[in-house]
Design a protein around this ligand. Structure first.
Ligand SMILES: C[S@@+](CC[C@H](N)C(=O)[O-])C[C@H]1O[C@@H](n2cnc3c(N)ncnc32)[C@H](O)[C@@H]1O
Length: 384
């Protein structure tokens, strides 16, 4: 299975090379980024040689010294050789000081080196050179997220939940390229729901312990057609992750549908509860990095379901909500759904991130205290 995936990633790189040669730089770059990101996952699983061979394909395909240096720096960056990557970008900048993408890459490298002011400087330079470049705006969002939410990203936290809960069942709504789904453990019955993902071969990440069962349906259709208990072969699920359509009313519906199958120890995680700027929380997507208005679900649950335990982990890039003490018999949200949606859609996303922290019950990203707290309503403490 992993070899199948690596071959597929190799073909994606070859396609990106063709796109680059045809001058379709934006598409080529985003394809390279996707593949490089996925390669990191397989490198961590121990497939270093194969991964390096695929990365080298990009290097040998380059036709100018500056692009060769760019990709060399990108490879070093992905291999976490940050000082070396920074030096290579500096060399490339000697050749082409006004190439914005080099400054964007330098900003990412400096961020990883912990030099946030250097990163912002590089980003600002990139913005001056290419004010409308998506790459530089996305980098700015990432830098802001890094400043506001230092510490591990949400994938790290998802993995910790998987490791500590050791769930016997895991339900994920919204799969993307499959990266979060692939974190599920070998003894977990894993199901993934996404209207656009019906076959593991189409994902970029595959769980080393075996593929999950996928349902190529919207979450609404899934819950209308299936009884989750039958699908997972258990009365209740242990862990669920809501990361589908990024609109408040849909996240709320996903929550209501999942909670009907929750047991006393079940945990629901919700992605994108902490947008770093109102523009990324718009309901209409106008940025690459987009959270939608999912954040509204936290104040909504706090107000309508004081019986729930609700916290948000400041996990970059956009926060991870954690809800426990679930109650499958509660009908408050379903009974008041239309009214709740009408009211919460009228709230504005605060521009002051500290205000949002309070609204969203943000807790320190401290594993010990967080898992102790959640241990009161879940199995987390027992498994530590
Ligand atoms: C941000 S991606 C998920 C990323 C993934 N969870 C990860 O962290 O690696 C969001 C996914 O939600 C899916 N999606 C959109 N509308 C949906 C719906 N109504 N029900 C389920 N999934 C949906 C999209 O197809 C997309 O793949």
């Amino acid at each position: 299975m992993i070899n199948f995936m690596l071959n597929k990633l190799e073909r994606q790189i070859q396609r990106a090379v063709v796109l680059q040669k045809e001058g379709n730089i934006a598409c080529a770059m985003s394809e390279y980024e996707l593949v490089f990101e996925a390669l990191l996952f397989y490198e961590e699983l121990g497939y270093r040689k194969q991964v390096d061979a695929i990365r080298r394909l990009v290097l040998v395909a380059q036709q100018t010294p500056v692009m060769t240096l760019y990709f060399l720096a990108l490879i070093l960056f992905h291999r976490r050789c940050f000082p070396a990557a920074a030096e290579v970008v500096d060399s490339a900048l000697l050749l082409e000081p006004d190439l914005a993408m080099l400054h964007v890459l330098q900003a990412r490298i400096q961020k990883s080196l912990g030099n946030l002011s250097g990163a912002l400087e590089a980003y600002e330079h990139a913005q001056t050179l290419a004010p409308t470049s998506n790459g530089s705006r996305e980098t700015f969002f990432m830098l802001t997220a890094e400043r506001e939410m230092p510490g591990p990203d949400y994938y790290y936290w998802l993995q910790r939940f998987q490791q500590l809960l050791r769930p016997s069942s895991y339900v994920e709504i919204g799969l993307g390229h499959g990266r979060s789904l692939a974190l599920a453990g070998s003894n977990t019955v894993t199901i993934g729901i996404d209207p656009y993902q019906g076959a593991w071969e189409k994902l970029n990440y595959v769980c080393p312990n075996g593929p999950a069962t996928l349902f190529p349906l919207t979450s609404d259709d899934f819950f209308a057609r299936h009884d989750l208990r039958t699908v997972i072969g258990q009365e209740t699920f242990d862990l669920a992750f809501i990361d589908g359509l990024h609109l408040f009313e849909q996240a709320l519906k996903d929550f209501i549908n999942l909670e009907r199958y929750a047991g006393k120890n079940s945990v629901i995680l919700i992605h994108d509860c902490l947008p770093i700027a109102p523009i990324v929380a718009e309901r209409e997507r106008c940025t690459g990095f987009w959270t939608g208005d999912v954040w509204r679900i936290i104040p909504c649950l706090k107000a309508f379901r004081p019986d729930l335990e609700i916290v948000t982990i400041p996990a970059k890039p956009s926060g991870l909500g954690v809800v426990t003490n679930l109650d499958a018999t509660s009908t408050v949200l379903a009974d008041n759904y239309d009214e709740i949606v009408r009211y919460y859609l009228s709230l504005n996303c605060p521009a002051d991130f500290n205000r949002l922290r309070v609204i969203c019950n943000v807790v320190p990203a401290n594993e010990e205290s967080l898992f102790d707290r959640l241990g009161k309503t879940t199995h987390l403490r027992e498994n530590k």
